[in-house]
Design a protein around this ligand. Structure first.
Ligand SMILES: Cc1ncc(COP(=O)(O)O)c(C=O)c1O
Length: 395
């Protein structure tokens, strides 16, 4: 049996008709950029996330770039984020001239460790006379970018307490976590809507995927939202008058139209993904594999949330990861490693001066984690085949 890591064909088969009808409308209108479809999709995301503002942009990467530019973050500033994320999180910080500062992860959730974050801020940073917080190289710490990795929210209560103590903005990287919820201050917090700003990626493989690149920023503050709207068009307002330097971060009508067709299905798909995760767990138990494998943590499972986890990825860990992966490849089972290196180990960040061993949990996760096939339509037969192939490896 061949089991791919991800298969989007069934999703498209079900939605082909309404998607094609939408694309026909866009083609008939000949309005391709920032038109009514983008406005309607922004409105839909505002409602879905209960966020005051939503600004459609060209990708998740451009969303973070636009947020950093709109907040005037640049040279002399430092932004704290997780050492274990997709490159874009740190790449954008560096691209605006700011310094990425990494913090280790919690080994259970793979998300930034609030304890490590607080320790870093309390022990390695100091306050200048003007009240600003400085990291050891003298850069001004401006914000924290927690990354809700694999579809599970970071511990936002703790992160907010820390951000308030140290007076830092929180920019949520919710690229992998649209719809994920967190029991925030006793209520339900939605990924992306718990900080000053947050952003999503609609890269095709995401839980809500476009037919190309697309992204979205959500934020509370209306003035920031207005700056972001201007920023996505080269800082231009009115036409051909540029107050500050932005970029071409515009979302196009075709992507917005497709995403608007898909959004009403998102919660159903996330529930189906949780069903897949539950069945993997049952199978691993049945096959006696729970001692060899660490399964994904579900810290908010019993907190009466609709989406305590959205399982963008289903990630297991074992010290024998590489051999297991080879075995599964021979069995025609798709797997992936997210990510083989911590961000602090990337060659392009060598000048930041980090060393191997600086973030032991990130480095261990990079050696031990493996993503298994995960998508809403994954059949129980295919899952049984994956679980049995893993059991065969360990026996
Ligand atoms: C954690 C994280 N941040 C940022 C991004 C960037 O999003 P995009 O690929 O849409 O630019 C991604 C996308 O894969 C991501 O997974």
């Amino acid at each position: 049996m061949r089991v791919p890591l991800l298969d989007l064909s069934e999703q498209y088969r079900v939605l082909a008709e309404p998607i094609r009808a939408q694309l026909d409308e866009v083609l008939a209108s000949q309005s391709f950029i920032l038109g009514p479809k983008v406005a309607a999709f922004e409105e839909a995301i505002r409602n879905y996330c209960a966020a005051p503002n939503a600004i459609g942009v060209s990708s998740g990467t451009d969303a973070l770039l636009a947020i950093l530019m709109a907040l005037e973050i640049g040279p002399g500033d430092a932004i704290i984020t997780s050492a274990y994320s997709f490159f874009a999180t740190a790449g954008c910080i560096a691209r605006v001239g700011a310094t990425p500062v990494f913090v280790d992860i919690d080994p259970e959730t793979y998300n930034i460790s609030p304890a490590a974050l607080e320790r870093y801020l309390a022990e390695s940073c100091h306050r200048r006379e003007d009240g600003s917080l400085c990291e050891p190289r003298g850069k001004k710490v401006r914000a924290i970018v927690p990354v809700h990795l694999f579809g599970l929210c970071c511990e936002m209560d703790a992160i907010h307490r820390i951000s308030e103590r140290f007076q830092l903005d929180v920019i949520e990287d919710a690229a992998q976590a649209i719809g994920a919820e967190y029991p925030f201050g006793g209520a339900t917090g939605k990924a992306g809507a718990m900080g000053e700003a947050g952003y999503f990626s609609f890269y095709p493989s995401k839980n809500l995927g476009a037919a190309g690149d697309a992204g979205m920023v959500i934020c509370r503050d209306d003035a920031l939202a207005q700056r972001l709207r201007i920023c996505r068009e080269h800082g231009m307002e009115p036409r051909y008058y540029h107050h500050f330097i932005g970029g071409n971060f515009r979302l196009d009508e075709m992507q917005a139209a497709i995403l608007a067709v898909k959004l009403p299905f998102l919660d159903r798909w996330s529930a189906a993904r949780r069903g897949v995760a539950d069945f993997y767990r049952e199978e691993f138990k049945r096959l006696g594999l729970t001692h060899q494998l660490s399964l994904p943590a579900e810290p908010y499972r019993d907190r009466r949330l609709t989406n305590h986890h959205i399982y963008h990825q289903y990630v297991i860990r074992t010290p024998r990861r590489d051999a297991l992966r080879e075995h599964l490849t021979r069995k025609e089972i798709g797997t992936a490693i997210y990510y083989p290196l911590g961000l602090h180990e990337q060659t392009c960040f060598a000048s930041l001066g980090y060393r191997a061993g600086d973030f032991p949990e990130t480095e261990r996760a990079a050696r031990e984690t493996l993503a298994l096939p995960m998508y809403p339509e994954l059949s129980r037969d295919a899952q049984r085949y994956v679980a049995e192939a893993i059991a065969e490896f360990f026996t």
